[in-house]
Design a protein around this ligand. Sequence first.
Ligand SMILES: NC(=O)c1ccc[n+]([C@@H]2O[C@H](COP(=O)([O-])OP(=O)(O)OC[C@H]3O[C@@H](n4cnc5c(N)ncnc54)[C@H](OP(=O)(O)O)[C@@H]3O)[C@@H](O)[C@H]2O)c1
Length: 302
Amino acid sequence: MYGRRDVLRAGAALGLLAASPVLRAESPSGLLTRKIPSTGEALPVIGAGTSGSFEVEAGSSQYQQLKEVLSVFFRGGGKVIDTSPNYGGADAILGQLLEEGGWHRQCFIATKIAADSKDAAASQWADSLKSLRTDKVDLLQIHNLRDWQRQLPYAQELKKQGKTRYVGITHYLASGQGAVADILREHPLDFIQINYSVNAPDAARELLPLAADKGVAVLINRAFDDGRLFSRIKDQPLPGWAAEAGIGSWAQLFLKFAISHPAVTTVIPATGRPDRQLDQLKAGAGPLLSEAQQKALIQQFA
Ligand SMILES: NC(=O)c1ccc[n+]([C@@H]2O[C@H](COP(=O)([O-])OP(=O)(O)OC[C@H]3O[C@@H](n4cnc5c(N)ncnc54)[C@H](OP(=O)(O)O)[C@@H]3O)[C@@H](O)[C@H]2O)c1
């Protein structure tokens, strides 16, 4: 377990000066940003996910830790948070935390529709707004392409009504990327959300260049392969070149790999730990990885 002192030390190392009762931080940390092609709006390259890590009980000690996670995240310049009505109540926990922390205005909320009929989607959407404690979101995505032929037009309809500013589709496996590419070729989208990591780099071949070509923003999920990459590295040291690239941990290296592709807008790693949140934000500053460094990582994790 991390201690409060560790978090404060890590915060100081990141250049975040303390300001909240939890972790005082003053100014955005100089996170790189990328533009959403459909509007030119800039988003920080490091965002956050909520699957698993936000599936906690309101008021529990884990909930209090998440409050620290979000405090660190917003004070460090973070903005984009991804959730879903399918994540075991994570969206309601996020909504409660945003309200309690007064963070709704700072947050770019990305959520999803995961339903099999228009009626089910409408009822799920009403619940989502309640859970997230808002009357609109920033991005509404079709979760894992589920019933997308019906749900994508519904999401576009909600966009026209001003209920969401952007519309997208998601998948989490390389095997789903062909279908994502087909939809991307034929339908107007603001965002896609896909997996991309050192051990699953397939998206760089076709889908990421296609997204850039089509002018569509990209969120990256599973940059840690759902945490599995950490058990693979165990005690291995970082590559010799990591320090020169300003990288101090494997988590930073995995995130830096994701954002080094120019078509990527924001990577959304999940964590329920404030010390890890601080570490993740550090990946959003400094030089990107060269092609040779990216290739070396892909080889190492093949
Ligand atoms: N189809 C979809 O739309 C789809 C699918 C998958 C994911 N997503 C979105 O993308 C987000 C990210 O994907 P993901 O959550 O599946 O996977 P991920 O970000 O690759 O990994 C998250 C896991 O890594 C662990 N972790 C984080 N930092 C760590 C560190 N320094 N050392 C060891 N473990 C660490 C976290 O545990 P702790 O909490 O204990 O730190 C968590 O269990 C999701 O939360 C979700 O919002 C969307």
